[in-house]
Design a protein around this ligand. Structure first.
Ligand SMILES: O=C(O)c1ccccc1NCC(=O)[C@H](O)[C@H](O)COP(=O)(O)O
Length: 232
């Protein structure tokens, strides 16, 4: 299972995620207590192993902002919280090329679990540019990093009904103590966490990061065990 530890603000924290066994680290370029600059991320990303995926998180960005940041910081993927330009994923895919991994730019589109979730999922049908959909929570104050979990069971049936062909990443309020439940309920392709593994906003807690990754790996292994040979 794919694991992203998001909203890193230092090399120390990003390296902690790598050492714990995460697949990807994320950096928030949007308004947030965890916001980082391109200069910071360029320096951090250059010191991380080549095989760790490096995602930039953007809220309502322009095409130029995303494309320039990818090149400037050496990002391997982008996470788009976007409503203003629904064509943005496709424009980025065309710009960066439709190549196979690991050269392919990872494009994650964020959906928030709200009352119009079914409609949001339905709109994704023709979006072949997106590699995975990241379902997150939002509050009146924030579109990410909320620490709030959504109704996993309801989200799962909605997602399976409307977009079973798309990869699902679960985020929002995950912690070492509840992430196994989320994995069992949603059986996602990946998981993503920011505040649930922090000591305080902007600073990761090493024990929580390690416990989170271990809990996910263990839950994923349990799921594999009960799969029929044909499904595995
Ligand atoms: O982390 C933030 O502060 C943030 C702010 C604005 C947009 C996105 C943000 N984080 C992006 C992430 O991918 C988080 O991992 C995701 O929202 C889950 O956050 P949390 O509920 O704190 O685990």
């Amino acid at each position: 299972m794919w694991i992203k530890i998001c909203a890193n603000t230092s090399l120390e924290d990003a390296q902690l995620a790598v050492d714990a066994g995460a697949n990807a680290v994320g950096f928030v370029f949007a308004e947030s207590p965890r916001r980082v600059t391109r200069t910071q991320v360029r320096a951090i990303a250059a010191r991380l192993p080549k095989n760790i995926e490096k995602y930039g998180v953007f809220v309502h960005p322009s095409f130029d902002e995303v494309a320039d940041t990818v090149m400037d910081c050496g990002l391997t993927g982008v996470q788009l919280h976007t409503t203003s330009d629904p064509a943005l994923p496709l424009r980025l895919r065309e710009h960066f090329g439709d190549m196979p991994a690991p050269k392919r730019l990872g494009i994650l589109r964020v959906l928030h679990y709200t009352t119009d979730f079914d409609a949001q999922v339905g709109e994704l049908q023709p979006d072949h540019a997106v590699d995975a959909v990241l379902i997150d929570s939002r509050t009146a104050k924030a579109v990410g990093g909320t620490g709030v979990a959504f109704d996993w069971r309801a989200a799962q049936s909605s997602f399976l009904r409307s977009a079973p062909h798309l990869r699902l990443i679960v985020a929002g309020g995950l912690r070492p103590e509840n992430v196994a439940d989320a994995v069992y309920t949603l059986q996602p392709w990946g998981v993503d966490v920011a505040s649930g593994v922090e000591a305080f906003p902007g600073k990761k807690d090493p024990a929580k990061v390690r416990a989170f990754v271990n809990a996910v790996r263990q839950a994923a292994a349990e799921i594999e065990k009960v799969k029929l040979p044909a499904e595995a």
